[in-house]
Ligand binder design. Structure first.
Ligand SMILES: Cc1cc2nc3c(=O)[nH]c(=O)nc-3n(C[C@H](O)[C@H](O)[C@H](O)COP(=O)(O)OP(=O)(O)OC[C@H]3O[C@@H](n4cnc5c(N)ncnc54)[C@H](O)[C@@H]3O)c2cc1C
Length: 386
């Protein structure tokens, strides 16, 4: 019997691929509300803003898989044949398993609907609009100094647009990397001519038809030909809120991506999954998590042995530098540089707990990073420093 997937992006596409790899030969229906064939999002804040690059995730011409693009799921349906979804055209499709892969959407700010020239970035259409704006803008204000905000600032600087980042926190990226390495990443902005205003919020956007400036809560007025808001993402779960699914900042699942309703799975940015390593549920918004959870759910659906959730891994490209992180960091972990230091062009640092490495961070040192990442994933106690 058929498998139904909601969300035709990285997690949904990867799931279809993994089911076929595992020999599942039955029909699969994938419902996606975007009209575009599945595409990859990481280039959207990076090289895509310079010009068109191929972002297609792969082929969608296998006759065993039906891609219902441009259709939105609006509710969970329980049918005699199994779990299903109701679509915005009034039809219901059901299968033996249902996989929710509806991702997340960009969070925005009050007052951002008007004037024109204020953007968020999640989709390829958002990226095209931002690319067009950056072609003519002289100044851009980026709200939020997280990974996407930082990448956007880096891209704007490369395009010759004067970027200013406004960040509410006083220590940007410290929640992600800790204060020492967060500050190291934040310093990249100044080194590349991008202004960073921390500990201050946006009070209002100014401009009649088109944005012309941003007023901050300390009274500062920043001229802006364009504004991009990069303040995180919200999981797309509301469409299923009338169901028996447990939803709390994502679809709650066990470690095998099974939701609280039999035969319904949730994977990728929309899922808050139990992680043994953390001892709690965690919603992860990184590329490698979406592909790993697709592998886990595919194994579960075909009855293969359970797979483990791998250690957190993500990368970010800023100012021509490759930043990588892997592991599970806690605020009280010790940070120790094992190669280079904050003053060198490349560096690698370990986060240690009770003398054992639990996470690794690197700038432009993929080889050493990968070595430690693998060791942390295999057996943290086995790591010896060079
Ligand atoms: C600009 C950008 C840059 C990024 N860069 C990096 C990076 O450098 N490194 C990294 O590790 N990660 C990066 N990420 C994160 C990574 O792209 C995401 O973790 C990944 O896209 C998650 O995949 P997903 O399939 O779970 O969700 P999504 O990619 O959000 O896809 C969900 C899909 O479901 C659709 N949908 C939602 N609701 C419904 C519905 N009711 N019915 C039908 N369809 C629905 C959505 O429209 C969307 O097409 C980046 C993300 C963005 C936006």
């Amino acid at each position: 019997m058929s498998i139904v997937v909601v969300g035709a992006s990285l997690a949904g596409f990867s799931l279809v691929h993994d089911l076929r790899e595992r020999g599942y030969d039955g029909s699969i229906t994938v419902v996606g509300d975007e009209i575009h064939p599945p595409y990859d999002r990481p280039p959207l804040s990076k090289e895509f803003l310079h010009g068109d690059v191929d972002i297609a995730l792969g082929e969608t011409d296998d006759p065993r898989t039906r891609w219902l693009l441009g259709h939105r799921a609006i509710g969970i349906a329980s049918t005699a044949t199994g779990p299903g979804v109701t679509l915005d055209n009034g039809t219901t499709i059901a299968g033996r398993s249902l996989v929710l892969a509806t991702g997340a959407r960009a969070r925005t700010l009050p007052g951002a609907q008007a004037p024109a020239g204020i953007y968020t970035l999640r989709t390829v259409d958002d990226a095209r609009a931002i690319r067009a704006a950056l072609r003519t803008a002289r100044t851009v204000v980026i709200v939020g100094a997280g990974l996407i905000g930082s990448e956007l600032a880096s891209t704007a600087a490369t395009l010759g647009v004067q970027a200013t980042i406004v960040e509410l926190a006083t220590d940007p990226l410290s929640g992600v990397f800790g204060p020492l390495l967060g500050a190291l990443c934040a310093d990249l902005h100044a080194a590349n001519g991008v202004r960073l205003r921390t500990g201050v919020a946006v009070a209002e956007f100014l401009g009649d038809e088109h944005v012309s400036a941003v007023r901050l809560t300390d009274g500062t007025l920043l001229p802006a030909d364009a504004v991009i808001i990069g303040i995180g993402a919200v999981p797309n779960t509301e469409w299923a809120q009338d169901s028996a699914l447990h939803i709390d900042n994502g679809f709650i699942t066990d470690a095998q991506c099974r939701t609280t309703v039999p035969d319904i799975y949730a994977i990728g940015d929309c899922a808050r999954t139990y992680q043994d390593a953390l001892g709690t549920h965690h919603r992860c918004e990184h590329w490698s998590n979406a592909t790993a959870q697709a592998r886990i759910a595919a194994a579960c659906i075909v009855g293969a042995p359970p797979a483990n959730i791998p250690t957190t891994y993500f990368w970010s490209r800023q100012y021509g530098r490759m930043i990588q992180f892997a592991g599970n960091r806690r605020p009280d972990d010790e940070v120790r540089f094992i190669d280079g230091d904050p003053s060198t062009p490349s560096c690698t640092a370990l986060y240690e707990r009770a003398g054992e490495p639990v996470a690794v961070f690197a700038i432009d040192n993929a080889r050493l990073f990968t070595r430690y990442r693998k060791q942390i994933e295999r057996r943290p106690a086995a790591i010896a420093t060079p």
